[in-house]
Each structure stands twice: as structure tokens, then as C-alpha cells.
Design a protein around this ligand. Structure first.
Ligand code: PMV
Length: 329
């Protein structure tokens, strides 16, 4: 794939925009490290309008110039290093530098999937710069090389990333399900937006290598994926919430049982979990999912929104399938 694409720019700048996503059935564990090939398939929902917008061009100066949210990033910053390493795949000449300007509407590296929309937006900007006119499948494969979950940010809505079986990864890509769910809400509760102490890449590797619980993970994913797809098709919210929460907590259980142990939760994470479980006992249909970080995402339906706002004043509510607000068009 990388051998077939042109690296000759067709215009001076390219732009790409991609939405963040949160997995309802998580991608956790790689079968191949370099190509970010996952051990299992996964399923996410996009978090419109949160995401990333990237513009990029080429310069004759060596080294990349990278700006994140208006701030010039030092070349030795981990963010710049990761981006430049990825851009090496697309450099027209070894001496060519990219000028990259990227804006995230989500905190970077806070377990809110900014790398997913970030790499997806970057690939879309490259597609625009070089005028590849690639299919979403190809773009998903390319975005995956930057960050696994970025494969799911090329498209939107409910998205399934097929694990694939080929060594070259050409059958490991994401695509949208046709189903929508207008009343579905995601509530973001930011517990801690500082960069996480252990990257998800490191955490996955340690988990796969040392956790005895990990051996049951692929089996759980098989069952959870099927149950989630049925729940989405039938708009069965309790099934969707139950399966997503069980899946997220099981992923965390595999990390806690790794060595050295990985525990992303803070005391506030645990307090919030207890509040949610108490609300559920009182009959409020709300569930939770979490990525590799301390932050919490609530799953609930539109009619529960007033209650969620009251209980969690700092919640940010996302409605991925709601019709766009005419005022923002
Ligand atoms: O894309 P990565 O390498 O940051 O991994 C993401 C892993 C999780 O967010 C924890 C799960 C997922 O499916 O997004």
C-alpha cells in the first residue's frame, strides 16, 4: 500500500477533519506491534463534534514544524516525535519537512482519544495534499499505522474495526454500521486531563505479556461485539449499556492483573463509578465506559439528560446522532 501511493504534492496545503471516537467494545492488545494490528475487532461510536482539524504542507527546510492548538511544539517533545515518525512514511524526500498545524477540541493524551482523531485528520490532510482520492478503507488502514483507534475515526457513527487476519494488515480496517440512534447521549466527565503516566501502547504490551486474565479477553470480545450489534439494531439501551460497561471494566481488570500493575483510576474515578451504580439502583438508566485513563464517559438516553446534568454539573454531553444545530451551520 505504502509503495503504491504518490508523495508528490498536488497543491500547497492539504486539510483534514476527523471526529473522536469512544469504543463500546474495546481494542485492547496487538497481534503485531509495528502495524498496530489488533488481536480482536472493536466497535465505537463517534463523538461529533469533538475531534481534530489538521492542515499541512511541505517545506524545503529539514525537520517538521508542528503547531498544536496554536502552540509551536519543540521537535523533541513526545507529541512531535510521534507525529514526525509517522510522517516519515509519507515524506517525498528524506530532507523534506512538513509544516503541520493541528487543532484538537479534546484534551490531548487524557484518555479521550485525541490520538484517534489526530492521526485520522492527519491522514485525511495527506490525502488532500497528495490528492490520493483514497477509499475510506485505505485511509482507515493508513490511520491505523499512527494509532490503532485512529482507524475508527476516518468514518463516523457506530464504527466496527475488523481485526483481519492477514500479516500485511490490508484486511484490518474500520467501517460504519448503517444504524443510527438519535436519542443516544454520551456524557464526558473529565477527572484528570494531564497526560497519562503509561501510554496505552505500553499498557497493552504489558497486559498481553503478563496478565493471565488476558487469555479470556478475545472470547469476551466475541460475545460483546455480537450483543452490542444486536442492541444497536434493536435500540435496546439496557443491553448496550450493560455490555459496554462490562467490556470496559473487564479491559481494566486485565490491566490491573498485569505486572507491573496498571491502574489508571483516581479516587474521583472510583467515587464517580459508585455514584453511577447508586443511580442505577434507584432506577436511572445510565452506564459507564472508560478508556486507558481516569476519565469517565456516561451512556444514557436523551430523557435522562436533565438528571445527569443535575448529578454531574461538569458533564459535557455529546449527541452523536442528533440533527445538526441550525445555528451552527
Ligand atoms: O489507539 P491507541 O493505541 O491509543 O489505543 C486505544 C485503546 C483504548 O482507547 C483503551 C481502547 C479503544 O478501543 O479505543
Amino acid at each position: 500500500l505504502l509503495g503504491d501511493i504518490t508523495r508528490k504534492p498536488s497543491r500547497s496545503r492539504g486539510t483534514g477533519r476527523a471526529v473522536a471516537n469512544i469504543a463500546l467494545c474495546k481494542y485492547w492488545g496487538k497481534r503485531q506491534l509495528e502495524l498496530n494490528l489488533p488481536r480482536t475487532s472493536s466497535l465505537s461510536i463517534s463523538l461529533d463534534p469533538l475531534g481534530s482539524e489538521t492542515t499541512l504542507g511541505l517545506s524545503d527546510l529539514p525537520g517538521d514544524q508542528i503547531r498544536l492548538n496554536g502552540r509551536e511544539m519543540p521537535p523533541d517533545d513526545p507529541f512531535s516525535r510521534r507525529l514526525s515518525r509517522f510522517l516519515d512514511l509519507f515524506r517525498p524526500a528524506e530532507t523534506a519537512g512538513f509544516v503541520v498545524e493541528t487543532h484538537n477540541t479534546i484534551p490531548t493524551a487524557a484518555g479521550l482519544a485525541s490520538s484517534a482523531s489526530g492521526f485520522a485528520a492527519l491522514v485525511l490532510a495527506l490525502d488532500d495534499l497528495f490528492q490520493w482520492n483514497s477509499t475510506p478503507r485505505t485511509l482507515s488502514i493508513l490511520a491505523r499505522l499512527g494509532s490503532g483507534s485512529a482507524a475508527r475515526s476516518i468514518v463516523s457513527g457506530f464504527v466496527e474495526w475488523h481485526a483481519g487476519t492477514h500479516d500485511d494488515g490490508l484486511d484490518s480496517f474500520a467501517e460504519s454500521l448503517t444504524d443510527t440512534w438519535p436519542g443516544l447521549c454520551i456524557g464526558l466527565i473529565e477527572v484528570d486531563t494531564r497526560p497519562k503516566p503509561v501510554s496505552s501502547r505500553q499498557a497493552m504490551t504489558d497486559t498481553v505479556n503478563t496478565s493471565f486474565l488476558y487469555s479470556s479477553w478475545p472470547q469476551q470480545v466475541d460475545s460483546d461485539l455480537a450483543a452490542l450489534k444486536t442492541a444497536i439494531r434493536q435500540r435496546n439501551f439496557d443491553q448496550l449499556g450493560r455490555v459496554a460497561e462490562h467490556n470496559a471494566l473487564s479491559m481494566h481488570a486485565t490491566m490491573i492483573s498485569a505486572w507491573p500493575p496498571i491502574l489508571y483510576w483516581s479516587p474521583e474515578t472510583i467515587r464517580t463509578l459508585h455514584t453511577i451504580w447508586r443511580l442505577r439502583q434507584e432506577g436511572v438508566p445510565v452506564y459507564v465506559t472508560m478508556d486507558a485513563g481516569p476519565n469517565i464517559k456516561l451512556l444514557f438516553l436523551e430523557d435522562t439528560a436533565p438528571m445527569i446534568r443535575e448529578k454531574f454539573p461538569k458533564v459535557r454531553i455529546i449527541t452523536p446522532f442528533a440533527p445538526p444545530d441550525p445555528d451552527t451551520l
